[in-house]
Structure formats: structure tokens, C-alpha cells
Design a protein around this ligand. Structure first.
Ligand SMILES: CC(=O)SCCNC(=O)CCNC(=O)[C@H](O)C(C)(C)COP(=O)(O)OP(=O)(O)OC[C@H]1O[C@@H](n2cnc3c(N)ncnc32)[C@H](O)[C@@H]1OP(=O)(O)O
Ligand SMILES: CC(=O)C(=O)O
Length: 537
């Protein structure tokens, strides 16, 4: 029979202890709803004894009928005080949660150094605080902080703390590798020993300081732990917490445990990206399972095999976790990459096609010159469509000119562009707060009368990279431009030893791509004005 595991998400508590992560009560609500939809069992919402934002979260979340249990976090009572008078424990009770986690010391060194109290007083703090929760009808989890370090230094004391927590009626004993320095073999051995000594169900909470948080969580489960604590995308203090986006599919797809209902696992990628968006933290492309490149194939040999059977280079079907396969085209491409990409675009292509070989050579040559198409999907599409004769000529560029003038301390930048749109010549001038902005404005101004929909497009990112640094200011640069419309984002690339020219190339490709994809015809409904052929200012 498949074993059920309990997934405890602490993105909203331990995740926010990660550098650069700050969530408002509103952000926390949105993430909690997403986590609930994913099917996790516990959502640790924060620390009501810490700040009013968390108190607000616990108040507002009551309006929702969630499947997951919302839990509050706090620590054991302060030394030499009474649990029922402890401000932090009272805040937990007042938050109205039905489940709470208390962190307490299990390493004698910490008791002496951080708490500066006696080993006996710490044990009393653990007992009193957990008993307080139970007395108030709250499900209690004990996060035994630094348990593995504590066990290695003084196993009798570490186990005595757990025994006392169990005696207080604790529902879960959660063993924490707080400093993240323990190895998987040690975790397995220590969890196994704890299981022989105590009856309460065991949970695991690990940190990623040795890049082992996921491995350590799996080792604990193999040794009999039944609850895993972690965060979405591994956010957390220092190097982060255990990444649930890796732990859950490993446990469910590889080790045969039940973590989430089967139909929910496919929500994992969407959840990871949603949380990264709200937290405003860029996701590493290569993040396992849920990253953009987790199932992206670049090497020609890989793509050739993938086209025969995806299993040749994919450890699972990406759809199981809600991700998708991507084929990248670069100088490492073989014909298979081009064929696959072209097929995706609906172009008529086959391996015997001489054109495919020519395009491959052209892409390799352009990459050699400094272009990079794996990050410029739209430029690649234009290149392929042009090569297959399927790109309509929406406009051609006749010339452009830049003027940068410093007049009495005021900098003025103006761009003038000359285009040919359907046989008609258009000159436009526009100012901008810099050369790229001026070029962008002039280009749009020239085209908007033919294609009003370009008003919906804006430039959302602009990156410049120097390609051969040794040539200093004469070096070639690669410009990547990201453009966005209401429901789409695309990237284009330009390369030149002149940053203006590289930017112009990327800008023009960005607009051309948009016009081809929006459908040129639905834009011609605007009457042609007498302004055509004039210089607009
Ligand atoms: C491993 C973990 O991740 S544990 C969770 C860590 N998370 C956080 O700290 C975030 C939220 N924390 C906070 O908002 C604040 O630290 C608060 C509100 C909890 C406490 O704030 P303050 O009262 O100003 O104390 P401060 O943060 O400076 O120091 C912590 C105090 O708690 C004591 N303490 C630490 N752990 C425990 C514990 N398990 N049980 C009881 N007291 C503890 C410390 O000894 C220290 O007391 P001292 O001031 O007498 O030396
Ligand atoms: C409780 C906790 O976050 C830790 O020990 O790491």
C-alpha cells in the first residue's frame, strides 16, 4: 500500500527569512490560496508574535474555507516565565489557529550560549509551552531546533528534550537541521534512532547550506519520518530551506509515496512560478522539475534522440509536474533542433531539405558572430520564417539617424527613422530619454498610423552584454530586447560593435515579430493620413 506523507509548507514563515523576500499580508493570502489549491496539508502563515502583518494575515485567512490547516509559528516561552503569560504564546492563541509550531532548543550548546539558561529550564520551557498549546486545543508541532547538531554533541540531552515534548502531548516531533550542515547518511541514522526511542510521528525540516536539504529530507523519509517541511523554490534563511518543488515530485514520482493528490502534482510548476512572481525573485532557469530549462534540450544529439522518444533525455514526462519540453536552437544545434523548432512553427520542413542545412549553417555562423538565439525566440522565428519564405515584409528600414546634443547642460536625444511601409515612405522623428528610447519612439510613431495595435506593445526589458571584452570600447555588444503585449512576451537580439545599431536591430525585430503575429491586416483599418512622407515631431 502506498504510504501517505504530510507536506508542511513554510514559505510564508521560513521562506520570508530568505534575504530579499518580503511578503505583504495580501501577498501571503494569495500564496496561501495557491498552496491550498496545490494540496499541501499545512501552511505556516507566519509568526503572530513577530509583527502586525502576520496578525493581519491570520485574521484575513479566516474568511477562506481551506483544505489545508493554517498554522502559526512561535518559540517556546521565555526563560523563567509562565507560558500562559508569554506574549508570543498568547499571540498564537489569539490568532485563532487550530495548529501551531513551536521552535525550541535541543542542542545543549545553544541552551547555554543563545538562551543563557540551564538545561533543566530549557526542558521546562519546551514542556510548558507545548502543554499550553494542547491545553488550548491547538494541534502542536515541536520544531526541535538544531536537533542533529545537538544529537551529535549530546544525544542524551537532545533525546530528553524530545521525550519531554512528547510527554506534553505534542502531535509531531519535527527534527531540524537548522544550520544545514548534516549529511544524508547521518540524517538517516539519527532519524532511525529517534524512531526507536519515541512514539510521536516524526517530521523533518532541513536547510540547504551544503546543497543537501532535498537529499536530507528524502533520507529522513526513508528512515521513517512522515512529515516534510519545506518551502516553494527553497526560499529560506541563508542558503534556503528544503525545496518542496523538488522534494514532492521525488517522493511521489520516484519513491512511491503519496504527497499530493495525483491530479494536483501538475500544478507544481505554475505554483512555483506564481510564488516567484509574487516574491519578486527570479527563478533559476535550471531549477529542477519546475524551471524553464528543466526540460529544455539544446545539444543536437539530444534533440535528435528526443524527437524519436522523449525518454531518451527526460527523466519524467514534464507534464506530470506541469512543465513542458522546449527545444533550443544555438550553435550546438543539429538539424533536429531546426526541424523541431520549424515544425513547432508549422513550417514545411524535413531532414532532407537542403534549406534546413543552410539555416543550420547560418545560425551557427550568426552565433559565432555573437548572436544568441536560445534567449531570443522571436528573432529565431523571424529567421526561420524568412528562410522558409513565410515572413511577410511588414516594413523595410531605409535609414535611421541619432542626434545627441548637450545644450547648456540639458541633454537632448532625438532619433529620425525612414521606413518603407507597403511602398510608402515614412520619415519620423522622436525624442527619448536616451538613444534607445528615442529610436523606439520614432519607430512606433512611424508605424502606428499603419498598425495601431503596436500601441499595445511595450519594451519590458533591455540587456546589453559585451561580447569580446578585450577590445574595450570597440568590442562587439549583444543587445537583448524583451517586448510585451497584453498576453505575450517575446525576445529579440541584435549584435554590432555599435550599441545603437545592435539595439536598433533588436527593436526592429521585436516590432516586426509583433506585427507578423498580430496579423498585419487587422491594422489597415486606419485611414492613411496626409502626414505620410512628412517629418513628425
Ligand atoms: C530557526 C529559526 O528559524 S527560528 C525562527 C527565527 N525567526 C525569527 O526570528 C523571525 C521572527 N522574530 C522576531 O520577530 C523577533 O525575533 C521576536 C519578536 C520573536 C523576538 O524579538 P525580541 O524580543 O526583540 O528578541 P530578539 O529577537 O532580539 O532575541 C531573541 C530572544 O529570544 C530568545 N529565544 C531564542 N530562542 C528561543 C526559544 N526557543 N525559546 C525562548 N526564547 C528564545 C533569545 O534568547 C533572545 O532573548 P534575550 O533577548 O533575552 O537574549
Ligand atoms: C525551526 C527552523 O526553522 C529551523 O530550525 O530551521
Amino acid at each position: 500500500m502506498t504510504m501517505n506523507l504530510t507536506i508542511f509548507d513554510t514559505t510564508l514563515r521560513d521562506g520570508t527569512q530568505g534575504e530579499g523576500i518580503s511578503l505583504s499580508a495580501e501577498d501571503k493570502l494569495k500564496i496561501a490560496l495557491k498552496l491550498d489549491a496545490l494540496g499541501v496539508h499545512y501552511i505556516e502563515g507566519g509568526n503572530p508574535g513577530s509583527n502586525s502583518k502576520d496578525i493581519e494575515f491570520f485574521e484575513r485567512i479566516k474568511a477562506y474555507n481551506l483544505q489545508a490547516k493554517i498554522t502559526a509559528f512561535g518559540s517556546t516561552r521565555r526563560k523563567f516565565s509562565l507560558a500562559h503569560q508569554d506574549a508570543n504564546l498568547l499571540r498564537i492563541k489569539e490568532s485563532g489557529v487550530h495548529a501551531a509550531t513551536l521552535v525550541g532548543k535541543s542542542w545543549d550548546f545553544h541552551v547555554h550560549t543563545a538562551l543563557q539558561t540551564t538545561l533543566e529550564e530549557n526542558i521546562a520551557m519546551v514542556y510548558d509551552s507545548l502543554a499550553f498549546l494542547k491545553h488550548n486545543g491547538i494541534e502542536a508541532m515541536f520544531d526541535a531546533e538544531h536537533f542533529f547538531d545537538g544529537y551529535k554533541h549530546n544525544p542524551e540531552y537532545a533525546l530528553a528534550v524530545l521525550r519531554k515534548a512528547q510527554e506534553a502531548g505534542t502531535d509531531w516531533l519535527v527534527l531540524c537541521d537548522t544550520n544545514g550542515g548534516t549529511l544524508p547518511g547521518e540524517i538517516h541514522e539519527i532519524v532511525s534512532r529517534v524512531r526507536t526511542e519515541l512514539n510521536a510521528p516524526i517530521g523533518i525540516h532541513t536547510h540547504n547550506d551544503c546543497e543537501l536539504a532535498v537529499a536530507n529530507s528524502l533520507a529522513a523519509i526513508q528512515a521513517g519520518a512522515r512529515q516534510v517541511q519545506g518551502t516553494i523554490n527553497g526560499y529560506g534563511e541563508r542558503c534556503g530551506n528544503a525545496n518542496l518543488c523538488s522534494i514532492i515530485p521525488n517522493l511521489q514520482l520516484k519513491m512511491g509515496y503519496n504527497c499530493l493528490p495525483d491530479d494536483k502534482l501538475s500544478l507544481l510548476t505554475g505554483t512555483a512560478r506564481f510564488v516567484s512572481e509574487i516574491a519578486n525573485v527570479h527563478m533559476p532557469v535550471g531549477q529542477p522539475y519546475v524551471g524553464n530549462a528543466a526540460f529544455a534540450h539544446k545539444g543536437g544529439i539530444h534533440v535528435s534522440a528526443i524527437m524519436k522518444d522523449s525518454k531518451t533525455y527526460e527523466h519524467i514526462a514534464p507534464e506530470l509536474v506541469g512543465n513542458k519540453q522546449r527545444i533550443l536552437v544555438s550553435e550546438l544545434a543539429g538539424q533536429s533542433n531546426i526541424i523541431s523548432k520549424a515544425q513547432e512553427l508549422g513550417l514545411d520542413v524535413n531532414a532532407n531539405n537542403e534549406k534546413t542545412k543552410q539555416i543550420m549553417e547560418r545560425i551557427k555562423d550568426l552565433e559565432h558572430q555573437g548572436y544568441q538565439f536560445e534567449g531570443a525566440d522571436a528573432s529565431l522565428e523571424l529567421l526561420l520564417r524568412e528562410a522558409f519564405g513565410e515572413a511577410e515584409e511588414v516594413f523595410t528600414v531605409e535609414s535611421f539617424k541619432m542626434l545627441v546634443e548637450n545644450s547648456q547642460g540639458t541633454l537632448r536625444t532625438e532619433a529620425i527613422v525612414k521606413l518603407n511601409v507597403g511602398g510608402e515612405q515614412v520619415y519620423t522623428a522622436a525624442e527619448g530619454n536616451g538613444p534607445v528610447n528615442a529610436l523606439d519612439n520614432a519607430l512606433r510613431k512611424a508605424l502606428v498610423q499603419f498598425y495601431p495595435k503596436i500601441k499595445q506593445i511595450h519594451l519590458s526589458d533591455y540587456k546589453v552584454r559585451v561580447i569580446d571584452e578585450k577590445d574595450a570600447t570597440a568590442a562587439k555588444v549583444r543587445v537583448l530586447v524583451e517586448s510585451t503585449s497584453i498576453d505575450n512576451t517575446w525576445s529579440t537580439v541584435g549584435v554590432s560593435s555599435n550599441v545603437i545599431e545592435a539595439s536598433w536591430e533588436a527593436l526592429v525585430d521585436g516590432i516586426r515579430y509583433a506585427l507578423l503575429n498580430m496579423g498585419k491586416l487587422d491594422a489597415i483599418d486606419v485611414p492613411v493620413t496626409e502626414q505620410h512622407g512628412l517629418v513628425n515631431h
